[in-house]
Structure formats: C-alpha cells, structure tokens
Design a protein around this ligand. Structure first.
Ligand code: EPZ
Length: 422
C-alpha cells in the first residue's frame, strides 16, 4: 500500500486545475443503462472509483471506452446481457447501487447486491428501495441482494416524499422516473450540483424533468431515451479541498475551473475565518487576508449548506486557527476518524458523538498517520503541508478514489510531496 510523504514547506502559491466531479460522474455513468444509444461523458475525472464503475457496467454487458487518457468516457448499453450487479464489485464502491434504478426502469428487472456499510457509517439504502417501491417495484431482499421487478415490465409514476435528504436515493429515483409510465414528483429531493448535472444530461437524452436543484423535482415519464454528449460538472469537493491549501499554509492559489456557485456556503465560512476568495475569469483565487485564520463554527448540511465531504479538510484548517471552533457532523454518524490522526500531529480536538471541539494551535508537528477514508486522507495531507517536519500518510488507496494526481497538483504550488510505493 502506497504512502504519501509531506514536508511542511511554508507558503504555497500557484494554479491548480480542478477535475470533473467524481460524484457527478458516478451517477452519470449508470444513466447509460437507460438508453441503447451512445452516451459520451467529457471532463471525466481519472479516479479508481470511475474505474470500478466502469468494471461494474462492463460486467452487465455495457461497453465503456476510456478515451483521451480517461478524460472522455464513451458508454453504450445496446447489448446488456446480465442484470445482476455482483457483491464483489458493489462492496468496493457503494455508488454501485445507482445501477438499480436505471436497470429496473429500462429492463423491468434487476438484481443488485446490497452495498455494505463503510468507514463513515452504516449508510443503508432503504430510501432508494422505498422510492422504487412507490413506483410499483416488487423488491425481494435475500442473500444480500435486492431482487427487483417492475410488474408488467414498467415502473409507474408516483409521488415520493423523502423523510430526509438523500443524494443517492434522489439520483436512483430520478433516473428510474424518466422511463416510468406517468408523472413522478420527488419531494424533499437533494439539491446538490451533481443532481442538477444528472438532470441536465438526462434532458439531453430526452427526459422530461423540471425543478432539479430545488427540493421538488417533477419527471414526466417517456417511452425511450436517446444518446447524448455531456460535460461532467466541476468537482466542488476537490475545489474546496485545494482552496484550503493557501488557507492553511499561506500564499495564493488559483483553482482553475472553480466557480463560487459550487461552494457558496464553504466560501462564506472561509471568509469568516479570514480567507479571501475571489472569482477570476479562470477560477477561484484564494489567499489569507492576514496571518493566522480565525476559529469558526461549522455544521454540515445537505446542499446548499456546508458539505459533509469538506468537514475533515476544514477541521485540518481549524486545528491551526486562532481560537476554539465547534464542528457538528449532521450527515454521517462516524465521520471524525481523522481527528485521532490529527491529534497525533499535536491538534487539540475533543470529540463527543457528532460534535468536535477544536482548540487551534500555532503549529502542528509532522508525524506518521493513517488514512481511514477518502476525505480524511486528504485532510491529513493538508495538515502535513502546514506542519513542522515530515508527515507520512499511509493507506492512500483511499485518496486515489477521489483525487487525481494529488502530488503533481500540490508540487506545482511548491509543496514538498512525494508518493512512496508500498
Ligand atoms: C453521496 O453519498 C456522496 N457519494 C457522498 O460522498 C456524500 O458524502 C453524500 O452524498 C452526502 O452529500 C456519492 O455521490 C457517490 P446520502 P450518498 O444518501 O448518496 C443516510 C465522498 O466522499 N441514508 O445523501 O450515499 C446515509 O446513511 C462521498 O465523495 C439512509 O439512511 O449519501 C447518510 O447518513 C462520501 N438511507 C445520509 O442519509 C438511505 O437510503 C445522507 O446520505 C440513504 C441514505
């Protein structure tokens, strides 16, 4: 298992290109199952999760070609031969559950392994299943799989009210509804930019969708969908992550391709902490307004609130802030595993349930630390960039799921970062 070695190197400045959104691409790719015409995705991120989704779709009989060094994905589902998504792939990546809705909507049946939990929580899929049942699906859960059937071979439109916001359940229901007979209304739907991006792509394929980006989405089912070419939206979580580099180290970084609308609540928190964020014609330029950042309180919420996927990274910044910050993690039940690792670097953090109290220190100290999940791993790298001495982050396979060419992008700003093959 590879590790990443980071040596604190003072202020960092330069330009960092932001890739296409992992969490948009992971829902756009299964959309190919809705049509027998080609779907081409551009600005695709080069990540291990994308390769896993590729394997899954290919195991179903879809064709997925990775072109232009992975930036373009050419997908086609005109010859789906297998309607079963096996546990051995699904367990590697929970987003695999997103093949259920499209496969059921297009073929009238699907067998998909239940994803296990993961480090940050149990992450059940009950809301996905309830939405599909509301649309007429017969679901039989046995031997760890969902055996799904649409009576008469076609789902029917329904009103689906989610008891709380779920990104994945909204995506599964949205895709399924495009081919259902009649109208579907999704209430308390997720509003993330990745949902808007998916709706935009589905509409290019011929779907009839209104209200994406709001908490009520209305879908008029159609008999068939066509192909499309779609550019994957910029990754707001990668964007937010790299915006924190000058915030925690000093210097000035321009995140190429970044736009304020993707990170409004996050940028507002940075502003309150004493970090300036300016939209340029190339992206977002970020620098500290003066020395040490100020402590701020953070609570994670569904979009447009503060993103849970930036909580670990923000905690790294607040470990070096002037004052005491309180972070509340409201989305996942176990998303503070980076805290004990940051404490190995001298951070002062008290965790009680979903609340972490962080007392800022002047300087963190480099130390060997272990990545536990995707966003925790990059949080430890951020801390290492600002720490005195050397930090070695182990188990960086987590990192490669969601960040492409991290070392390159950081070295371009003067960081001392290298990968140690393990
Ligand atoms: C998506 O996960 C993202 N993953 C996550 O990003 C992100 O953290 C999350 O949305 C929240 O924004 C992808 O898009 C591939 P949810 P998802 O359904 O859809 C509970 C990353 O780091 N829940 O919005 O699984 C769930 O346990 C990853 O890139 C149910 O109880 O998230 C969680 O507590 C991590 N039943 C909460 O709802 C369900 O049926 C929100 O989950 C579904 C969810």
């Amino acid at each position: 298992m590879d590790s990443i070695l980071v040596r604190g190197n003072g202020a960092l400045s330069g330009a960092i290109p932001i890739a296409g959104a992992k969490n948009a691409c992971l829902t756009l790719m299964p959309a190919t199952l809705l049509s027998d015409e080609p779907l081409t995705l551009t600005n695709a991120p080069r990540l291990s999760d994308i390769r896993t989704m590729t394997q899954l779709l290919q195991s179903l009989g879809a064709e997925v070609a990775s072109l232009q060094d992975g930036l373009v994905l050419a997908l086609s589902s005109h010859s789906i031969t297998n309607h079963k998504a096996d546990y051995d792939i699904v367990r590697k990546m929970r987003a695999s559950i997103l093949v259920l809705g499209p496969m059921l909507a297009r073929y009238g049946h699907a067998v998909v392994s239940l994803p296990g939990g993961c480090a940050i929580g149990a992450r059940p899929v009950d809301l996905h299943l309830k939405a599909l049942e509301a649309m007429g699906a017969d679901l039989d859960l046995r031997d760890g799989y969902v055996h799904a059937k649409a009576p008469g071979g076609r789902l029917k439109g329904a009103v689906v009210e989610f008891p709380f916001v779920s990104v994945g359940a909204t995506e599964n229901a949205l895709m399924a509804a495009t081919l259902a007979k009649g109208t579907t209304v999704l209430k308390n739907a997720a509003r993330e930019p990745e949902i808007v991006d998916l709706a935009r792509c589905l509409k290019k394929m011929g779907a009839k969708i209104d209200g994406e980006g709001t908490s009520m989405i209305t879908i008029e089912g159609v008999d068939r969908l066509g192909g499309a070419t779609h550019q994957v939206v910029t990754d707001r979580i990668e964007l937010g992550t790299y915006m924190l580099v000058p915030a925690i180290c000093g210097g000035e970084v321009e995140c190429i391709g970044g736009t304020l609308d993707l990170v409004e609540s996050f940028a507002a928190k940075l502003d309150a902490a004493g970090v300036s964020v300016t939209q340029t014609n190339r992206g977002l330029k970020v620098s500290r307004k003066n020395g040490r950042v100020r402590a701020v309180d953070v609570m994670t919420e569904p979009f447009p609130g503060f993103p849970t996927d930036l909580q670990a990274q923000m905690m790294a910044l607040l470990c070096t802030a002037d004052g005491v910050s309180v972070l509340e993690e409201k989305i996942f039940e176990n998303r503070f595993m980076h805290a004990p690792e940051l404490m190995r670097m001298g951070a002062k953090i008290d965790v009680h349930g979903g609340t972490a109290k962080v007392t800022g220190v002047e300087k963190l100290k480099g130390a060997p630390v272990m990545a536990t999940d995707l966003r925790a791993s990059v949080s430890l790298i951020l801390a290492g960039l600002a720490a005195e001495g050397e930090t070695v982050v182990s188990r960086v396979y987590h990192l490669d799921r969601g960040y492409e060419r991290v070392e390159e992008k950081l070295r371009a700003c003067g960081a001392h970062v290298e990968r140690i093959a393990g």
